[in-house]
Design a binder for this molecule. Structure first.
Ligand SMILES: NC(=O)c1ccc[n+]([C@@H]2O[C@H](COP(=O)([O-])OP(=O)(O)OC[C@H]3O[C@@H](n4cnc5c(N)ncnc54)[C@H](OP(=O)(O)O)[C@@H]3O)[C@@H](O)[C@H]2O)c1
Length: 290
């Protein structure tokens, strides 16, 4: 990975931190994207502790804000001529229905629309090298919802944090397949990842005490794997030579596996794509734009 440049979102904790650390320790230049400068600086310092080089950078963006994602894209374009890997990893689970400044339900905004918009913004940079790689961190929890709720995408009729989370992870898989179908060149590969049940704090940050308690019990009783183990498939897809030829697949334990039957429905995947274009105000997905 010595001449590779990787962008990892949500790189200050959990799976994203371990992904950024492993890629940096393999020799890659890493651009960490974090929401909090303090947490980002602490994580960057930790990664640099035993790193064979100092090309680990930090950019700050709240991925719930489309304005901040556009500023992030602009900063990456200003500072770098190309990138090899984009790991869309930042994710959240929120117990209560909340909206972003763009008027989008926050979990869907951070977990899906941020992946969709950042990929659009960085596409021109991914396309310039030998072939870029996009890794979308999804989850088997996408199987908990039967379909994407186009009639009420923010689930306002009966909001539940877990359902909203599961739907957003379904959107990750649908986006991956549709991106693979639509991409105008074969060089850039795109895949979705199921990291497993991972012992992180995702369920403790913006959840009610009951959900936080349930998450603590679940990750302990079901023996969640460590964040380093959870990051293994993201790292594999970002770095292994044999993975450079694989695209449009759903991965678990460094192997492709089937996602839910619904996630293969091309009509709804195309519909989600159109909905996402509209929500992000994108006219031509594969053309540069801020
Ligand atoms: N843990 C699991 O069992 C599991 C299973 C399947 C899939 N996943 C997926 O794995 C990914 C990483 O989750 P994790 O378990 O490692 O949890 P985590 O430790 O909480 O990491 C989530 C990362 O996303 C960042 N983030 C959240 N909201 C953000 C926002 N609005 N703007 C920018 N960054 C934001 C967090 O920043 P802060 O620290 O500032 O909040 C953190 O860096 C997520 O996509 C999650 O859905 C996790």
């Amino acid at each position: 990975m010595q001449h590779k440049r990787c962008v990892v979102t949500g790189a200050n904790s959990g799976i994203g931190f371990e992904t950024a650390k492993a890629l940096a320790h393999k020799g890659a230049e890493v651009i960490m994207v974090c929401r909090s400068e303090d947490k980002g600086l602490a994580a960057q310092a930790k990664i640099l502790e035993n790193c064979p080089h100092d090309r680990v950078h930090l950019l700050i963006a709240d991925m719930s804000s489309q304005q901040q994602i556009r500023e992030l894209g602009s900063a990456i374009h200003d500072q770098y001529s190309e990138i090899d890997v984009l790991v869309n990893n930042a994710g959240t689970w929120i117990s209560d229905l909340t909206y972003t400044e763009d008027g989008v339900e926050t979990v869907l905004a951070v977990n899906h629309l941020a992946y969709f918009l950042l990929t659009h913004l960085l596409w021109p940079l991914l396309n310039t090298g030998e072939g870029g790689r996009i890794v979308n961190v999804a989850s088997d929890s996408h199987k908990q919802v039967k379909q994407f709720n186009f009639a009420d995408p923010y689930l306002t009729q009966s909001y539940h944090g877990l359902r909203s989370y599961a739907q957003s992870k379904l959107a990750n898989v649908m986006f991956t397949y549709e991106l693979d179908r639509r991409k105008p060149i074969d060089g850039v590969v795109t895949n979705a990842v199921q990291p497993g049940l991972v012992y992180t704090d995702i369920g403790l940050k913006r959840t009610t005490w009951l959900h936080a308690f349930a998450w603590k019990v679940r990750r302990s009783l079901w023996r969640g794997v460590t964040p380093a183990e959870g990051a293994a498939t993201s790292i594999y897809l970002a770095s292994q030579p044999e993975a450079a030829q694989k695209s449009g697949l759903y991965w678990d334990n460094c192997r492709p596996k089937p996602s839910s039957a619904y996630s293969y429905q091309e009509e709804d995947n195309a519909r989600l794509w159109e909905w996402s274009l509209e929500k992000c105000g994108i006219e031509a997905y594969f053309a540069p734009g801020f």
